[in-house]
Design a protein. Structure first.
Length: 403
């Protein structure tokens, strides 16, 4: 439900978020280069203009020296990113796997992602924490290494990234759907009632979007989003149970021909963001209120604090999962830890709320787990490259193929 914003944010995003927002990436050369093999080591020793916040020390890739950061910046999570030169493949391939030699450090994280060149354009970046599978064969591969650390003294080190590209049988992939970067604010309002009748509890797990078109009925995940930090170090899958912030008829994820209001705005641009940043609609929302932040999504406290580990309002990447395709499964008991691999010994990379409908790419065999539905060693790889135990998943629509 619409409600006034508490206070405008003091800062919109950090330096790393700004870099990731523009997604720096060198264009592919027009001529097809000479192929050099489908097994290679990424050159992470060269730090150049499309990299930020990292340095090569001789012992490994690390975050850049933080001595010059202000006291306020030193209290924030530090981050950096390196993008390698594109690597030509000897044989087109649709799968990339990585062996990463790294020390994540206490409270730190390393994420390696790949993208491929095909049909005259780059694919989206895909995490290779397990493997990246593209919808069609690619002829060259580019690697991105992102480092984050809660404390510079415990920063991660990446010594080597070794890669193999090959091909696997095509599977109807589960896709997350439309994804946009929007500004997130914390909803709070514990004890209040959401637009679908849910009474908000402490550390709750849901989100609000400014349109009833994406509102899930109470205790369902018919409309679920995947919301991630801009570094993708944390994500949460959460149902849409409220309407807001600011507007109530702004389905900004839809194209202009479908969008209920503000049809002249670009797809993916919330009206509140356009009003706040550019004075659109006189800087006001649909109710005539002066917009005090560019917010396009509200996060319940548990999603905000526990799922994403946010301490202040921030830009996030939101996938509107009902716009995607492929197999889905419902989380039966949450918030459930999502992990970087098929075992409880793998790091937790976020949460999946109860009732969330998650996109399942495929399954692997991992640690046996007992949950509300079964005891099983099956782990489902989500479309983000994250894993959840099948012991906690029900209501599967479609077929879960082996990875």
């Amino acid at each position: 439900m619409p409600h006034p914003r508490r206070t405008p944010p003091a800062a919109v995003a950090g330096a790393l978020a700004a870099v990731l927002a523009v997604s720096p990436a060198p264009a592919a050369p027009p001529a097809e280069p000479t192929a050099t093999g489908n097994t290679w080591s990424a050159d992470i020793t060269v730090v150049d203009a499309d990299d930020v916040g990292v340095r090569w020390t001789g012992a490994g890739l690390r975050l850049a020296d933080t001595a010059g950061r202000s006291a306020a910046q030193r209290r924030q999570t530090a981050g950096g990113m390196l993008v390698t030169a594109p690597h030509p493949l000897a044989t087109p391939a649709n799968r990339v796997r990585a062996d990463v030699d790294a020390t994540p450090g206490t409270g730190g994280a390393v994420e390696v992602a790949a993208r491929g060149w095909r049909s005259g354009a780059w694919t989206e970046w895909r995490s290779v924490s397990a493997e990246a599978v593209f919808d069609q064969p690619v002829t060259r591969v580019q690697i991105r290494v992102a480092l984050t650390a809660e404390r510079p003294s415990a920063a991660p080190t990446v010594r080597a990234v070794r890669l193999v590209a090959d091909s696997v049988a095509a599977v109807t992939a589960a896709t997350p759907g439309l994804t946009y970067r929007v500004y997130a604010t914390r909803e709070g309002l514990v004890g209040g009632t959401t637009a679908n009748g849910h009474v908000i509890v402490s550390r709750d797990h849901f989100v609000a979007l400014p349109s009833a078109r994406g509102l899930a009925p109470k205790n369902t995940g018919d409309y679920t989003v995947r919301v991630c930090t801009t570094t993708r170090s944390r994500c949460e899958y959460a149902p849409v149970w409220d309407i807001g912030p600011w507007n109530t008829r702004d389905d900004y994820w839809n194209p202009g021909g479908v969008r209920e209001m503000w049809k002249d705005l670009p797809q993916g641009r919330p009206e509140a963001q356009a009003a706040y940043q550019s004075g659109y609609n006189g800087g006001r929302d649909q109710f005539g209120r002066v917009v005090g932040s560019p917010a396009g999504i509200d996060l319940a406290d548990g999603t905000f604090w526990d799922g994403l580990l946010l301490t202040d309002n921030a830009w996030v990447d939101v996938a509107y999962l009902w716009t995607g395709t492929g197999t889905r499964g419902r989380i039966g008991s949450g918030p459930l830890n999502i992990r970087s691999g098929p075992s409880t010994s793998n790091p937790v990379v976020g949460l999946a709320a109860t009732y969330a409908n998650v996109p399942i790419e495929c399954s692997v065999t991992g640690q046996s787990v007992s949950g509300p539905y079964r005891t099983t060693s099956q782990w489902n790889r989500l479309a983000s490259g994250h894993f959840v135990s099948h012991a906690y998943v029900s209501g599967v629509t479609g077929t879960i193929a082996a990875c």
